[in-house]
Design a protein around this ligand. Structure first.
Ligand SMILES: [Zn+2]
Length: 261
């Protein structure tokens, strides 16, 4: 089984990169045009595997096409550039809605996921992440995010940050699986301190760069900060330097030199 899987991956990744794939990458994430040629090619090879291995499902009549698959895959792949063997193995399928959807069930269970507990149901149901289950996103928000840094929001990056958070436990706690050279306690304490500091600032009437949703709990703090890390790295480093440094230790790619914001 594993031989077959790795053989398939190798085959997919060894094929020559086409002009069409280059163009597809450019229209999938705005960050692509700032990446080096070798980083772009590595990302394209990663995307091929991700697209092939996930089950894709359009909801509410949406037909999933290559542009949608690539918009999701390129975002997820950008996040794990430092971990080229990670393909979000616990994420079996991707469900794409045309617009932010209305869930029929309450916040804990989604009828859409077959009654599997929904670990992360986002406000207004822009998207959702389910432990060992599907990731739910909507094409309207994805299109908005793939064009530019905009407000710093990026739905796919947000949901896949939750997926990273869930690799090492069924409970999202804002702690992704850290490389062995990082002191886990120091990292976690650091993030907690920043989370509490940002909340205190807001309680005292100040505004902070990480939005209110990111201040609701530690897992959302990690997900929202991750969006900013890939969308507006310079601004995140300026307003929350400690958060930026901690995320840099995990993501291991510094986009400040590459991206304009
Ligand atoms: Zn979230």
């Amino acid at each position: 089984m594993l031989d077959w899987l790795f053989g398939n991956r190798k085959k997919l990744q060894s094929q020559r990169i086409t002009e069409i794939e280059e163009l597809q990458l450019d229209s999938s994430i705005w960050q692509a045009r700032f990446l080096s040629a070798s980083a772009r090619h590595a990302l394209i090879r990663w995307i091929r595997v991700f697209v092939a291995e996930k089950k894709w499902e359009g909801c509410n009549g949406l037909q999933v096409d290559v542009a949608m698959q690539w918009a999701v895959a390129a975002s997820a792949g950008l996040m794990v550039t430092a971990y080229p063997d990670w393909f979000f193995g616990k994420t079996s399928s991707i469900l794409i809605y045309p617009t932010p959807y209305i869930a029929k069930a309450g916040p804990q269970y989604s009828s859409l996921s077959g009654g599997i507990p929904s670990v992360m149901g986002e406000f207004a149901r822009a998207g959702e992440t389910i432990y060992r289950g599907p990731v739910l996103v909507n094409w309207q928000d994805l299109q908005y995010a793939k064009e530019s840094a905009n407000s710093g929001n990026h739905l796919a990056i947000h949901e896949f940050a939750h997926q990273l958070d869930l690799i090492n436990s069924p409970f999202a706690d804002g702690l992704p699986p850290l490389p062995a050279n990082i002191d886990e306690k120091r990292w976690k304490d650091g993030m907690q301190r920043e989370f509490q500091a940002a909340r205190s600032m807001v309680a005292d009437g100040y505004r902070v760069f990480i939005n209110d949703y990111g201040l609701t709990k530690e897992s959302e703090f990690f997900a929202v900060a991750s969006e900013l890390y890939f969308q507006t790295p310079r601004a995140l480093a300026e307003y929350h330097p400690n958060v930026f440094e901690l995320l840099l230790q995990f993501y291991q790619q510094d986009l400040r030199q590459l991206l304009p914001s």
